[in-house]
Design a protein around this ligand. Sequence first.
Ligand SMILES: [Zn+2]
Length: 304
Amino acid sequence: MPKSVMALAVLLCLCVVAFLTEARLNPALAQASDDPQAGILVQIIPGHYMYNSNVFNSVIGGVIVTSEGVVVVDALSSEAMANHERQLIADMIRQPVRFLISSPDHNNFTRGNVAYQDVIRIGHENYRTDLLARIEDLPVAEQEARLPHQTYRDRMTLHLGGKEIQILHFGPAHTRGDSIVFVPEDRIVYMSELFFYDQFPVVNTGYVSWINAIDIALNLEADIFVPSHGRMDDPQNSRAALMRFRQLLADTRDAVQRAIAQGATEDQVAATVLLPQYKDLSGYQQQREVVVRRTYRDLKGILP
Ligand SMILES: [Zn+2]
């Protein structure tokens, strides 16, 4: 074989090896998706992953692995995105998905439900009611494809592959039907949209009692609290980040309460409760007034 051909063959081999190595290290390369906002599957600790989508303010789903299959927390924003996540699970984890647990009924967390026709879908009973109201104009078959098979009121527990997976509802928080998923053995809690990691929250459907729900979660014997928005760089710092987020909600409540005590109207509260200590957080510009108005109405007892 001439030297130049040999060199070319060696080069080609090296390229193939380099490509395969990169595909293994970066799972996002292994599967393309039709959804430009599709993301990557990242291990948090052994047996626990988050799917970090490429949505602007990030939308994160959870993946719990057992020896008898996988539990997914929140199906996220589109069927294509959910299919992409399932493909990554199939490629990297090589276990079937058995259950989908959905927390908020919001579209950016439930449009992907249709990609889970072969698994048992679970949510709080208020989640089902509010999701049904949201999609009641869709054909019945499409509603059925998105709604949960199974609901619960206070809590339910899955036992899968020797692992206990608690599904907990701590009262109205981000919605009326949130679910928190706790795996005691691994000291990890999936907070879903109850936790915006160093971001200003979206509270269009939220309640002041969100603070109580976080307090109950912080009392769980857990070290890691997985958010559904933001960037969790080091899981071991997540309890501190959740406490910061709780403080943001408490500061908002207290500032609005003080303004109400001085006789402020909703418009006056919206104009004066500026929460300047949080002005640098992502989402502050868009959400500050929404949060303040919603908090005012909740504290005044005039939410619909
Ligand atoms: Zn939401």
